[in-house]
Design a protein around this ligand. Structure first.
Ligand SMILES: [Zn+2]
Length: 679
């Protein structure tokens, strides 16, 4: 089973052909601008025109008495030959590294090829996706039994989100060489390769790497493009807008790494979570004390909180942890002329964190009847303190999480199964195995976060995005004004159009009924194929048939930008649930005539709805005004038999005089009553 298979993704496992798709060679390098900025001390229209006509030179800005241009040094003489004065101003990116020491793109590929050819038993290389210009994004897996999935701590090292930060790639390649060349010789390396699954993605942004540019080939900053608390710092108008960040997202979903490290080159920092806000992560002890501080001690770098250094939205590390529960830090290294001493400096720390990736808790989620692996979400708590969640892998049902020594409760949720909570004792420097064998149930809900935005500034909302996952539990994610979330029901658990309502959006209770737009679709991408189900007013139900979709795996929920309530502004999303086809099929279809429902006058001025239903079901009451506008709605569960419902439950005392309508939605029918209120 492949989770979120990237469009066009091809896994090339043959060592002879893994790089066959790369159509570029280093001699193409001259087609890329060097991004030198030059000044021409005039702003005369005729001169601008002459410069514009020269190939490979761009006028980037016109000032009152001078202009700025991009030009590679070799083309500047063409300007001078027109007797136009031009002076060098600045270089936009880091100076190119000495390629006598650093790998070129083709050297990266050939070195990886050589190593996986020489060590086929413990090294494998997969092309996990493609860049904008169709360069392969490669991932090297290093482990014993390298073709198997084993219950071993998984760690991912990645480099060069920013293509000009070449030291990031060097540190990764150096570590690859160190592990492979010393397996079977150095006991520490041998033990690590035998007991961990180590993944190295040396170049996340191959086009930028090739061109010597921070950005990808679309000019986007890939490390601002991830969809957790994303706020348009990338240069793109949507989160996960680029193939490079989508490939990484899908890779994180597929493997469920315990730990990930993102290598960069600005300083000498171990940059820990979060980048976007001042909040302390729930797994602070694990992130900082167990992970970041020892890494810094080993390298001589300093630890620093991402936000306190400089605020970034849409970073890889925030999304890796915020969406997928993988503990992540960003390593900022120096980029000296000779990379080797910097690589050596990181090597011991990388060994340390690879060991750490196997500590804490791990196990499998399986079906108690047939043992098949289950993809779900696990919630962790220490006493009353919630920790961040993690997902079990689609392919194997396997999960991992680093936890400091102590006692925890762990709850596993899988759609279509009964949840299970277990208590577990965690010890230092070891891993506890805790499996969950789950019995079939009938609740269906979202299990993965694929994008989420709650706020960027004015930090008042400390609810966790992951609380939109799992069944209704009274704990909610506040979307904040104009926040959004994209949720995944999981492969095989998509909602299917049936008679009556299919999807229920459950609002948590912060004292205010709020609204959001609800979309269904079959692509996780922010702007692909979504169909509007409607506006949810508080807890609300929707029928998929209104969209024309037969089924939908994903739901996108966007706050309507109206509410400003307290510390939990915007829609408060507790859960999204749906009725799976098999669960619905067990319920008898009810003919409308079997339901009796009418308005009766009762004590007080407002009449009540009395109804009799032959089977238990959810009934939704909606009050609209003459224009059809929804005033309020509520959905409640009733047993078979007679019930009364009063519209005053929804209408407050201030309801103004006039004509209203009460719509009552049963499983298979809707009845409408007219209600006149006279003050
Ligand atoms: Zn960087």
């Amino acid at each position: 089973m492949n989770f979120l298979l990237y469009t066009g993704l091809i896994l090339l496992l043959s060592t002879n052909s893994i790089f066959a798709q790369d159509n570029f060679s280093d001699s193409d390098f001259s087609i890329y601008r060097q991004w030198d900025v030059w000044k021409v001390p005039t702003a005369e229209r005729s001169i601008i025109q002459q410069i514009e006509n020269i190939e490979n030179i761009d006028v980037i800005r016109v000032y009152e008495d001078y202009i700025e241009i991009y030009a590679d040094r070799q083309f500047v003489d063409q300007i001078r030959s027109l007797s136009i004065p031009v002076v060098y101003d600045r270089h936009l990116i880091n100076d190119p590294v000495d390629y006598g020491y650093y790998h070129t793109w083709s050297q990266v590929l050939s070195e990886v090829n050589t190593y996986i050819t020489n060590y086929p038993a413990i090294a494998r290389c997969d092309t996990i996706g493609w860049s904008v210009q169709n360069r392969p994004i490669i991932s090297i897996k290093i482990s014993d039994n390298v073709v198997d999935d084993e219950l071993e701590g998984k760690i991912q090292f990645n480099g060069c989100h920013h293509g000009d930060e070449n030291i990031a790639t060097e540190i990764n390649l150096y570590f690859m060489r160190y592990l492979l060349d010393n397996y079977g010789t150095l006991p520490e390396v041998t033990s690590l390769v035998d007991n961990r699954e180590i993944f190295i993605i040396p170049v996340v942004n191959p086009d930028g790497f090739y061109a010597g540019s921070r950005y990808n080939a679309n000019g986007i900053d890939v490390n601002r493009d991830y969809g957790f608390q994303w706020f348009q710092h990338s240069g793109a108008s949507i989160p996960f807008s680029q193939p490079e960040s989508r490939v990484m997202r899908d890779d994180y979903c597929k493997y469920g790494y315990t730990i990930s490290l993102d290598y960069h080159s600005v300083s000498s920092y171990v940059n820990y979570l979060w980048d976007y806000s001042t909040y302390q992560v729930p797994d602070y002890y694990e992130e900082v004390v167990m992970f970041s501080v020892p890494y810094a001690d080993s390298t001589g770098y300093d630890t620093i909180n991402g936000y306190s250094w400089y605020q970034v939205s849409g970073s890889c590390q925030d999304a890796t942890y915020g969406l997928f529960g993988t503990l992540d830090v960003t390593i900022e290294s120096q980029q000296p002329t000779d990379p080797d001493p910097e690589c050596l400096k990181n090597r011991g720390a990388m060994i340390y964190v690879a060991k750490l990736a196997g500590y804490g808790i791990q196990g499998y989620l399986t079906d108690s009847l047939n043992g098949s692996p289950l993809e779900g979400v696990l919630f962790f708590k220490q006493g009353n303190d919630p920790r961040w969640i993690t997902n079990s892998r689609n392919a194997t049902g396997e999960y991992h999480k680093i936890l400091a020594p102590g006692t925890y409760s762990v709850t596993a949720y899988v759609p279509g199964y009964l949840s299970q909570t277990k208590s577990v004792q965690i010890y230092a420097d070891t891993s506890v195995r805790l499996d969950f064998e789950l019995a079939p149930g009938s609740d269906y809900f979202a299990i993965r976060l694929l994008a989420a935005r709650q706020e960027y500034s004015n930090f008042i909302n400390s609810t966790y995005a992951y609380d939109a996952l799992g069944p209704v539990d009274g704990v909610f994610m506040s979307l904040n004004r104009q926040g959004f979330v994209i949720l995944d029901f999981g492969e095989g658990n998509q909602v299917t159009d049936q008679t009556g309502y299919d999807i229920v959006i459950h609002e948590g209770n912060d004292g205010i009924v709020e609204n959001c737009e609800v979309y269904a679709g079959n692509s996780p991408e922010f702007n692909q194929g979504w169909q509007l189900l409607g506006t949810a007013v508080g807890t609300d139900s929707f029928d998929l048939s209104s969209t024309g979709l037969q089924s939908a795996r994903y739901v996108k929920i966007v706050d309507d930008y109206s509410s400003t309530s307290g510390t939990t502004p915007g829609y408060d999303l507790d859960a999204v649930t749906h009725c799976h086809p098999s669960a619905i099929a067990e319920q008898p279809q009810i003919h409308p005539n079997q339901i009796s429902c009418f308005l009766i006058n009762s004590v007080g001025d407002i009449p009540q709805v009395k109804f009799d239903i032959p089977v238990p079901q959810n009934v939704k009451f909606t009050i609209t005004d003459l224009s059809g506008r929804t005033i309020a709605s509520i959905r409640e569960t009733y047993t078979a038999g007679s019930h009364y419902w009063s519209p005053s439950n929804l209408l407050d005392n201030q309801a103004s005089s006039g004509i209203y309508f009460i719509n009552v939605d049963f499983i298979s029918s809707r009845l409408t009553f007219k209600l006149e209120i006279i003050e």
